[in-house]
Design a protein around this ligand. Structure first.
Ligand code: C2E
Ligand code: CA
Ligand code: CA
Length: 664
């Protein structure tokens, strides 16, 4: 069994699920006993011998979805993946859950464990009829003469729960069927005892169904039905196909425009909600598009359920939805927005994946108050949506004129960043870091400053974000490097300066190999020892999703560059991913330092950080230290490295030279 751990072995031999263990190349290391107990064999089981390549096998059977997930796990891009599949062996239809998890085989080898949990689609009946009903593309259910549902296939369940969210097929007492739009037609068939077919429109979805009902000899009905939304629309109006979103069946962006246009023509006041989903992109990237699509359908259902008849919901972009309502009173609109956000919070847990929270972010524009036409109403609601993304107090904002001013400011800042940086008033300062016991400088951090002739002091987080989003962060950071490194090179020559110089690298830049190649050229050109370069990365960089980030960190380590974890304690990335890299320094965020003497909880956390650092064998530095009390407390925990106003504010490079290099 090679390198498989004994514990894993036990699980393997006792599980009813079909399990195989793969090594880092995708070869089968082991398959468990459950495979031997399988009654039927199929093409897989015959070919699956130990030491054969499972990857080749999946390739030869064109099973690309599973293949793709296995390769991702083995490459370390994802830790796990699961999906339901259907299959058939000798005319038996079954459904199985495919799961794959990362498995550490030895210290540096990653393999995978794959679990197939097989189950028949329906445990209720085992007749051949069941498998026919289940494999049909039509939805199907049957009722007895008292309207009790006696059978319903999976597709039927899905469709009926769309038609009627509270539809309950498992409870035979449930009068749910009677509440659906199908009922009048079905009642007629039941009475007339004659097979009939009808097209029925369900306004809440809104979709057309073709429904066929067959009266049964013993009383009751067999009912087959399916969507004819698209067909119906094409029949009605050839263009209308382009008006519905294929995935969710919601009106699309074009339809939204048309409806709004119409309202404006009639001069009906209304409000427009622009809604974006925080967290969706991450799930889509990490778990694949199939998972993302399923999530969007869930979300469309959620909106349909909580939106009443006086409002319309539409999908206007990838993860963007819109709702419009005739309500224009701000108080009432706030109530609606709050309700959406809160109910979503409760519902979304069941839709999402663990550790990735989903939330709504809403911007609202109103007609005719905010703008006279559809285009502007869209843009303004969008602006308001971005404004609420930035604020922490609530997740929705009304459009305000000041947002246009802000937009203009952002555009101007962005334009300047795209020009020659030497022509801007951007410059650089350094903040020294100290050992509180010896009072010696142990390093410096470079920070960017921009005092703008028109806007005054622009905070670094503001322009860094704009630079990052507009693709200029690489140029800006290289500008910093060229300005600062030339001075540092002189300090090395003139004063024997040998302390680490820290530069901040945004998560986006961290994934950019070209930048790191250039960084190496710079340090070689200026002859700065690589161990004097300290790159600060923030803990919430997408370390675990982006392989290029991990590769670049490894690249820096290989060249001897130092690595600091900035703002430690505030992110939620997996620290485990970094352990392999031997971090040099944890920088404890100011947030925790500020709590000293105020919150015992935070003090406890500081303790934990110290232990963690000991375990990781790295240095710890406290950031944003402003008082002696903070220094004393941290000293008592054994922390002696500091950066903060108590020791020194950020100062110009010349000032640093005068105060800390010339005087020594
Ligand atoms: P950071 O990397 O955590 O940098 C430390 C920030 O805390 C600096 O703010 C510094 O001035 C401030 N600070 C240090 N000691 C104290 C203190 O005792 N009290 C208080 N209240 N503040 C203190 P700054 O320069 O405004 O920068 C803010 C953030 O902007 C930085 O946080 C960093 O994330 C980013 N940033 C600044 N310059 C650059 C840059 O050149 N590149 C990148 N990527 N990010 C930068
Ligand atoms: Ca920093
Ligand atoms: Ca920091």
């Amino acid at each position: 069994m090679g390198t498989v751990h004994p514990f894993t072995k036990t699980i393997l031999s006792t599980s009813e699920d079909l399990i195989i263990v793969l090594d880092d190349t995708g070869k089968i290391l082991n398959k468990n006993n459950a495979w031997k107990k399988m009654k039927q064999t199929n093409e897989y089981t015959l070919l699956m011998t130990e030491n054969s390549s499972f990857i080749d096998l999946l390739e030869s059977t064109h099973n690309y979805e599973q293949l793709d997930s296995i390769q991702k796990v083995l490459r370390g891009e994802i830790d796990e993946f699961q999906q339901e599949f259907t299959g058939s062996v000798e005319e038996n239809h079954y459904c199985y859950l495919f799961r794959i998890y990362k498995l550490r085989l030895s210290s540096n080898r990653i393999g995978a464990i794959i679990i197939y949990s097989v189950y028949k689609k329906h445990a209720v009946a085992n007749s051949e009829v069941t498998s026919i009903l289940e494999s049909m593309t039509d939805a199907f259910f049957s009722v007895d003469k008292h309207w009790n549902v006696t059978y319903i296939n999976e597709y039927g369940k899905t469709l009926l729960s769309n038609v009627h969210p509270s539809f309950n097929y498992s409870n035979s007492e449930s009068p749910s069927l009677i509440e659906t739009e199908f009922y009048p037609f079905l009642q007629q068939v039941m009475l007339e005892k004659k097979t009939q077919q009808q097209e029925i429109y369900i306004p809440s979805i809104p979709t057309w169904f073709e429904v066929k009902a067959y009266p049964r000899a013993e009383g009751g009905l067999s009912v087959f039905f399916h969507h004819i939304a698209e067909r119906k629309n094409i029949e009605k109006d050839l263009r209308s196909f382009a008006y519905y979103d294929f995935l969710t069946n919601l009106p699309n962006r074009r339809m939204t425009y048309d409806i709004l246009q119409n309202k404006i023509k009639n001069d009906d006041p209304f409000s427009f909600f622009y809604i974006e989903l925080n967290g969706f992109k991450l799930i889509n990237d990490m778990y694949g598009h199939a998972r993302g699509d399923a999530l969007l359908v869930d979300i469309a259902n959620f909106f349909n359920q909580i939106i009443q008849v006086d409002k319309v919901v539409a999908r206007v972009g990838g993860d963007e939805f819109a709702i419009f309502t005739d309500e224009v009173n701000k108080e009432q609109l706030s109530i609606i927005a709050n309700k959406l956000i809160q109910e979503f919070q409760q519902t979304s847990e069941s839709m999402s994946v663990p550790s990735i929270p989903l939330s709504l972010c809403i911007g609202i524009s109103r007609y005719p108050e905010d703008a006279p036409d559809t285009d502007l109403l869209f843009r303004y609601a969008n602006l308001a949506m971005y404004a609420s993304k930035k604020r922490n107090d609530k997740n929705f904002s009304f459009f305000e004129r000041s947002m246009i001013v802000e937009l203009e400011r952002n555009v101007n800042i962005e334009n300047e960043l795209h020009g020659d940086l030497k022509e801007t008033s951007i410059h650089f300062v350094v903040q020294p870091q100290f050992n509180s016991i010896t009072n010696a400088v142990i390093g410096i951090e470079v920070l960017t400053r921009w005092i703008h002739p028109k806007y005054g002091y622009i905070t670094p987080p503001e322009f860094i974000e704009i630079a990052d989003n507009s693709g200029r962060i690489e140029e800006l950071t290289k500008y910093l490097i060229s300005e600062v490194f030339s001075k540092v090179a002189r300090w090395i020559r003139d004063y024997g300066f040998d302390k680490p110089v820290a530069i901040n690298i945004t998560p986006k830049l961290l994934g950019n190999r070209k930048f790191f190649n250039d960084l190496i050229h710079f340090i070689q050109y200026y002859r700065i020892p690589p161990q004097m370069i300290d790159i600060e990365i923030t803990e919430n960089a997408n370390l675990n999703t982006d392989q290029s980030i991990l590769d670049n960190i490894a690249f820096c380590r290989k060249h001897g560059i130092r690595l600091s974890l900035d703002d430690f304690g505030t992110g939620y990335s997996k620290l485990a991913d970094l352990v392999d890299f031997q971090i040099d320094k944890l920088k404890i965020d100011k947030y925790f330092v500020d709590k000293i003497g105020k919150e015992t909880n935070a003090e406890l956390i500081l303790h934990t950080f110290m232990n963690l650092a000991k375990g990781l064998k790295c240095d710890v530095l406290a950031e944003g230290v402003e008082t002696k009390e903070q220094v004393d407390y941290l000293n008592s925990l054994g922390l002696t490295y500091f950066q903060g106003y108590y020791f020194s504010k950020p100062i110009s490079l010349d000032e640093f030279e005068q105060s800390y290099l010339q005087s020594n």
